[in-house]
Design a protein around this ligand. Structure first.
Ligand code: FAD
Ligand code: SF4
Ligand code: SF4
Length: 421
């Protein structure tokens, strides 16, 4: 039988770890440290005596091994469930009422505006979310905001590794009501953890997320920096987007400042995105376990170079729960958000073709992982099998074989986490 360390390493080695940090919070930092390792990612490094019991809990909550949709008790009978977009009560175009929040935000500042509203309305004591890392400038790191200004300070998307849940046990120890704004995989991980710690459901009052196609591999970001004349080891700050929509990608190093278009960073279309393996097989980039999920609204999924020069930013908000819908509508009544017309799941498919395609492909990709004898992420309430059954047999076959080939040539594998400090 494998040792506890080998079992934890297997999640990493099979490309399933997304670096959320939760296993450190569960095992304790003296036993597992989620940190930047030789591969360039944040990964769990075993430092102390790890037990099988702890690894059993990690396998039950890790978003690499388990992704679940909205908990059943939150799915009201009046909520629609779209085959691709999951539970939804209302989908609407929106932006932050405060022009500065709209400008600073990644798209239209909706998540920042809602984080601020949750604080000022006294609904929560603080917001757990992410900001630019203080130690690895291209990464994100978890932050806790108690004030308007702090929430605004963390606006913008972090497209590097971001261990949002690294000390969530300590965040829960505060014993105060809070909101979470994080990636769908972070949200799922915390929902999973609620089965092991009652405080999660007691204290997390609002679950907010973004629609997420994945973050960039560290190698990809380093190549972008090098191509633009910046040695990644000298980087002092990297703002991926925001200050317009999407706003420029701005990298800084001593005596250097490089400003490029968002498309110069990501590439002009989806085929150029360099994503971690875990993101390629993600069964839930659309935040099904959240109260509400917030996205961009570019037709086809990418901005237009010319239009983006003057785009002030328009989000789509998908309210999935009664609490999410109540929150966004209260924010609109107070002028915190501006609404600009309701949308349908069919329109979301046009705005997010990559999300729709991945939802349909994921069943075949997971089947290939099983064919390879690897850990298949457990899923529930995400309609993975149902959606896969709607895909023509030939396309599923190609997806399955293609994924297996990628696994065979090592594209789904990582070295065991190796410490660099
Ligand atoms: C990795 C990633 C991939 C994305 N992919 C898509 C996509 O495929 N399609 C799409 O429509 N939109 C995508 N987005 C979402 C989009 O970039 C915006 O975040 C979203 O539209 C919300 O915009 P906003 O103006 O309301 O955000 P803001 O008001 O700027 O607020 C963003 C909030 O998200 C938090 N945050 C930022 N980065 C992270 C992170 N890495 N981990 C945890 N929390 C974070 C911040 O703390 C902040 O509270 C992605 C975002 C990320 C971070
Ligand atoms: S995804 Fe999160 S919980 Fe799972 S191994 Fe990675 S850091 Fe740990
Ligand atoms: S694509 Fe999925 S696994 Fe990747 S960062 Fe987004 S939610 Fe997490």
């Amino acid at each position: 039988m494998s040792s506890p360390k080998e079992r934890l390493d297997a999640i990493v080695e099979q490309g399933l770890c997304i670096g959320c940090g939760l296993c450190q919070a569960i095992a304790g930092p003296e036993v597992v440290s989620v940190e930047k390792v030789a591969s360039g990612y944040e990964r769990p490094v075993v430092l102390g005596r790890l037990t099988h019991e702890t690894v059993d809990v990690i396998y039950d909550v890790c978003p690499g091994t388990r992704m679940e949709g909205l908990p059943g008790q939150l799915l009201e009978p009046s909520t629609s469930v779209d085959p691709v977009w999951g539970p939804w009560r209302r989908i609407t175009r929106a932006w932050a009422g405060d022009p500065n929040v709209r400008f600073e935000g990644s798209t239209g500042g909706v998540l920042t505006a809602l984080g601020q509203f949750l604080l000022t309305s006294g609904r929560v004591s603080f917001v757990l979310h992410a900001t630019a890392s203080t130690t690895n400038p291209s990464f994100g790191e978890r932050t806790i905001s108690f004030t308007h200004a702090q929430v605004l300070d963390a606006a913008g998307s972090r497209y590097g590794p971001t261990a949002t849940l690294i000390d969530v046990d300590e965040v829960l120890d505060r014993g105060e009501p809070f909101a979470v704004i994080a990636k769908p995989c972070d949200v799922t991980a915390l929902r999973n953890y609620a089965r092991h710690d009652n405080r999660v459901d007691e204290l997390v009052k609002y679950w907010l997320t973004m629609v997420c196609g994945g973050f960039a591999t560290p190698d990809f970001t380093n190549r972008f920096l090098e191509t633009n004349g910046i040695d990644p080891s000298t980087l002092t700050s990297l703002r991926y987007r925001g200050r317009g929509c999407p706003g420029p990608t701005v990298a800084e190093a001593p005596d250097q400042r490089v400003e490029r278009h968002y498309l110069d960073y990501w590439g002009d279309d989806e085929t150029q995105w360099s994503l971690p393996w875990r993101c390629k097989i993600c069964p839930d980039g659309i935040g099904e376990a959240s109260d509400l999920a917030v996205s961009d609204t570019w037709p086809g999924g990418s901005p237009d170079r010319v239009e983006s020069e003057i785009d002030p930013g328009v989000n789509a908000i998908i309210a999935r729960t009664v609490a999410g819908q109540e929150l966004m509508e209260a924010a609109e009544r107070e002028g915190v958000l501006v609404f600009d017309g309701d949308l349908t799941p069919e329109v979301m498919n046009e705005l997010q073709p990559h999300q729709r395609n991945k939802k349909l492909a994921v069943g075949a990709r997971h089947a290939a992982i099983g064919d390879a004898g690897r850990i298949v992420p457990a899923t529930a309430r995400l309609r993975v099998e149902e959606l896969s059954a709607t895909v023509p047999v030939e396309i599923n076959r190609r997806q399955r074989e293609g994924t297996l080939q990628r696994i065979d040539v090592g594209k789904a594998s990582e070295a065991p986490p190796e410490r660099i400090r």
